[in-house]
Design a protein around this ligand. Structure first.
Ligand SMILES: NC(=O)c1ccc[n+]([C@@H]2O[C@H](COP(=O)([O-])OP(=O)(O)OC[C@H]3O[C@@H](n4cnc5c(N)ncnc54)[C@H](OP(=O)(O)O)[C@@H]3O)[C@@H](O)[C@H]2O)c1
Length: 272
């Protein structure tokens, strides 16, 4: 990664998280460029990260080894088609746009080495997880470059099949919102049980954080951790039995299946 030159197309939330992550890892500002249509955004990002910004996407990608496209999915077609004449055959294109397939990008950009990624919002805190898929044109060096780039904001997991990105979207892409929903529901239930709202919220949040840290730091799986805190005929067992009687696991499966289907459907619509 030390000499890899990276150009970001679109300098919004995700791109600036990645830029911040790279800078924190010691990547030289001179190796990073970005483009964005917003003059204010360009000035803000330049001041914050010390990198050069451009209004013109074609200018930003000059000399770059990796071109990371970080615009909204609806903008991908127009951005790719406009980049096509300026893109060099050896430049690796990395896309983080949800639901845009490599086949669509190849149509819009011409045949290029492409890595498609699905990151998630905790990337903003460098606690993200990304699923990555590389097309056959991607060299092992480029694969490594893409992996190191995304690892600036969290964990990176490679996939063998592009279709698995729909499942990644369902599990981790949309996943933070499921935990937020549980946090909302537990806070509301705590309040109904007589706690002040703020107390219920703090108890819930710290419990979520503690449980996540226990689960990520443990050498046993979540099911075993759950068994260890569920004494027979105790309070936790009473709650777990209620969850299961309400079809909790089946509901989670239905919800994630709906997200994966929607992801595939969006890929179809946005790829036109
Ligand atoms: N945020 C997430 O958690 C997350 C997770 C997974 C994947 N993603 C993907 O990451 C991508 C970026 O998301 P984001 O949340 O970072 O969005 P964002 O904050 O809106 O950033 C996109 C940036 O691109 C700029 N832009 C618009 N048109 C452009 C063009 N023609 N050329 C260059 N830049 C242009 C936008 O400027 P204006 O605002 O002035 O239009 C904006 O600054 C999306 O495709 C999304 O699917 C995001």
């Amino acid at each position: 990664m030390s000499n890899t030159r990276i150009a970001f197309i679109g300098a919004g939330n995700m791109a600036t998280s990645l830029i911040g992550g790279l800078r924190a890892q010691g990547v030289d500002a001179a190796l990073i460029r970005a483009s964005d249509p917003g003059a204010e955004q360009r000035a803000k990002v330049a001041a914050e990260h010390g990198i050069e910004l451009f209004a013109d996407n074609a200018q930003a990608i000059e000399g770059a080894d990796v071109v990371l496209i970080a615009v909204k999915p609806q903008m991908m077609k127009a951005v790719c088609e406009a980049l096509r004449p300026s893109l060099k055959p050896n430049q690796l294109v990395v896309s983080i746009a949800a639901g845009i397939t490599c086949a669509s990008m190849n149509t819009w950009l011409g045949e290029h080495p492409i890595v498609r990624c699905m990151p998630n919002t905790p990337a903003l805190l460098r606690q993200g997880v990304s699923g990555l898929y590389a097309t056959a044109r991607v060299s092992s060096e480029q694969r490594q470059q893409a992996g190191q780039l995304l690892s600036a904001v969290g964990i990176v997991l490679w996939l063998d099949d592009e279709k698995q990105l729909d499942a990644v979207t369902a599990v981790s892409g949309s996943g933070p919102a499921y935990f937020f929903l549980l946090i909302e529901a537990m806070t509301a239930a705590g309040e109904k049980l007589g706690l002040p709202r703020e107390t219920a919220a703090q108890l819930t949040l710290q419990t979520a954080l503690g449980a996540a840290l226990m689960a990520t730091g443990s050498d046993v799986d979540a099911a075993e951790l759950r068994r260890r805190v569920t004494s027979p005929a105790g309070t936790t067992e009473a709650a777990i039995k209620s969850f299961q009687a309400g079809g909790f696991e089946a509901l989670v499966e239905t919800a994630l299946t709906a997200a994966a289907h929607r992801s595939a459907e969006m890929a179809e619509q946005l790829g036109q």
